[in-house]
Design a binder for this molecule. Structure first.
Ligand code: COA
Length: 260
């Protein structure tokens, strides 16, 4: 697979995806979105990849939004297709079946903030800035921003970000729950790798089912979500890894999981 707008590599069971248009602050044009879709499809299928780290090239931006020069040319029909295609890529990331950590190393605006929100968790560097400035351009968020932001930070704060279009600092993003942690820029990837390492040491199917329970459960009434949780809990108990994990605890040794 050859990419021109993103970088993709795999190391120690971690997939690294870097959006690579630093001269345009990694703005998401259609070529980037198509390559992201392909890369995440491949990472989802690759059994050797247990977690993914997503970041932007350079020290200034994660992603400064959808590419405004492309947006400027779009009519209504093309814009609807554009939004649906982008949403499909973000849905794939959200439901990859393995964790994706966004390392937000600078501006995460518009589609950049939306992309980060589709990830399983978000780490921000101290210089990161977040925002949904679409209304300043005469549009609204189209890659899930009105929905995922509301679910992450609550309706009032989402309204303020989406309607005022103001940027917020990494510290403010941490305060409102938009990011999990803020770390110095030089330590961002290492911190994500440390979190990935802890996840990778755990039972692969249990990690996958936990992710599915949280994601699918969030869309369901509580009673059905709890039923889903109980069913996936039961499914875990049919795995070899559950036998190994419980036996290893009782034998006071580290578990060796097979993902079976
Ligand atoms: N789409 C297309 N190009 C973009 C872009 C975007 N979303 N964001 C930045 N760029 C380009 C700029 O046009 C500029 O290109 P040029 O050097 O060919 O002129 C380059 O990236 C650097 O950006 P610049 O604006 O010069 O950097 P800055 O440090 O002065 O400002 C921002 C940084 C992020 C505040 C500013 O670029 C910005 O407001 N970007 C748009 C953010 C936005 O509205 N995103 C939502 C889109 S729906």
């Amino acid at each position: 697979m050859t990419f021109t707008n993103i970088l993709l590599e795999t190391k120690n069971s971690i997939g690294y995806v870097t959006i690579n248009r630093p001269d345009k602050l990694n703005a998401l044009n259609q070529a980037v979105m198509a390559e992201l879709g392909e890369a995440f499809a491949a990472l989802g299928d690759d059994k050797g990849v247990r977690a993914v780290i997503l970041t932007g090239a350079g020290e200034k931006a994660f992603v400064a939004g959808a590419d405004i020069s492309e947006l400027a040319q779009q009519d209504a029909v093309a814009a609807k297709e554009f939004a649906l295609r982008g949403q499909a890529v973000l849905n794939r990331i959200e439901n990859l079946g393995k964790p994706v950590i966004a390392c937000v190393n600078g501006f995460a605006l518009g589609g950049g903030c939306e992309l980060a929100m589709a990830c399983t968790m978000r780490l921000a560097s101290e210089n990161a800035k977040f925002g949904q400035p679409e209304v300043k351009l005469g549009i609204i968020p189209g890659y899930g921003g009105t929905q995922r932001l509301t679910r992450l930070v609550g309706k009032g704060r989402a309204m303020q970000l989406v309607l005022a279009g103001e940027m917020i600092s990494a510290a403010e993003a941490l305060r409102i729950g938009l990011v999990n942690e803020v770390v110095p820029q030089a330590e961002l990837i290492a911190r994500a790798e440390a979190i990935c390492g802890k996840i990778i040491a755990n039972a692969p199917l249990a990690v996958q089912y936990a992710l599915e329970a949280v994601n699918h459960g969030a869309e369901m009434p509580l009673s059905e979500a709890l039923f889903l949780e109980a069913t996936l809990f039961g499914l875990c108990c049919a795995t070899e890894d559950k036998n190994e994990g419980t036996r290893a605890f009782l034998e006071k040794r580290a578990a060796v999981f097979q993902g079976k």
